[in-house]
Design a binder for this molecule. Structure first.
Ligand SMILES: [Fe+2]
Ligand SMILES: [Fe+2]
Length: 265
């Protein structure tokens, strides 16, 4: 072996050692890098999980708020009705009838649901009417009738300031449930489709239920008498489309009435 060969060998050896060191270093670096990535992945996962949890909390909270709103609205409606010695089931039935009418009229599902929740508020304005008038047996005189009729305007005034869609719907219902399709209702005397569909629906739902129940001033009408009156008032008091829906789906309306009967006290 010559000196130059020997030198070459030494250099090769050195190169080998150096390259092993470099590979070692590189692989260590890689491992470190992986660990860092893993850690950051874990941190990201944790942050994501926490975010999901918070999102769920917000969802639960908003569901809770909506449920509370619905309950408050329903209870307010029941208070309005209880002033005039109605049963709690009256507003429940009106709610279900309103849903059926809205559905067959073709309103979107969310709106049907909202009207169902808003319609129990129709008589909320009665909280402001004196008991002596509300619960008077027999007919009202002219003066008393005028006072009773203010309940539509009062209910509207109570609710109209709200930005909540449900309360807005309730304000329309309170305001327009005594309007008549051909005019001559109160408080505005609007006609036809100028009366909001919520008002036209609640009018029919409310009257259907009121006629079929005993009240302080009258006993319940039988179905035959109610149906005859609806046919006569088709296009007069009531929206003709809604009267048609009522007769087309009569079995469903009667089923609601049957399932929500008043409890005999
Ligand atoms: Fe009313
Ligand atoms: Fe009512």
């Amino acid at each position: 072996m010559s000196i130059s060969d020997d030198k070459l060998l030494t250099e090769l050896e050195e190169l080998k050692v150096n390259s092993t060191k470099t590979i070692d270093k590189l692989s260590k670096d890689l491992k470190r890098q992986n660990k860092i990535m893993e850690r950051s992945d874990k941190r990201q996962q944790k942050e994501y999980d926490e975010l999901q949890l918070k999102l769920q909390e917000v969802k639960d909270l908003s569901a809770e708020i909506e449920a509370t709103q619905r309950e408050v609205v329903f209870t307010m409606g029941a208070i309005g009705e209880s002033r005039s010695k109605e049963t709690g089931n009256h507003v429940k039935r009106v709610a279900e009838y309103s849903f059926l009418f809205a559905h067959y009229y073709g309103l979107p599902k969310a709106e049907c649901q909202m009207l169902k929740e808003a319609s129990p508020m129709h008589d909320i304005g009665k909280v402001a009417i004196p008991d002596a008038i509300l619960n008077k047996p027999g007919r009202f005189d002219e003066e008393e009738r005028k006072i009773i009729e203010t309940h539509s305007q009062i209910g509207y005034e109570m609710l109209k300031g709200s930005e909540r869609p449900l309360l807005k719907a309730a304000s329309i219902v309170a305001y327009e449930h005594h309007e008549k399709y051909a005019g001559g209702g109160y408080p505005q005397g609007t006609k036809g489709e100028d009366i909001h569909i919520y008002g036209r629906i609640t009018a029919l739902a409310d009257v259907f239920d009121a006629l079929g129940s005993d009240r302080v001033y009258k006993s319940a009408w039988n179905d035959e008498k109610i149906f005859k009156m609806f046919k006569e008032e088709r296009g007069k008091h009531f929206d003709p489309k809604l009267v048609d829906i009522f007769f087309e789906h009569l079995d469903e309306f009667l089923e609601v009435r049957n399932s929500l009967k008043d409890k005999i006290k």
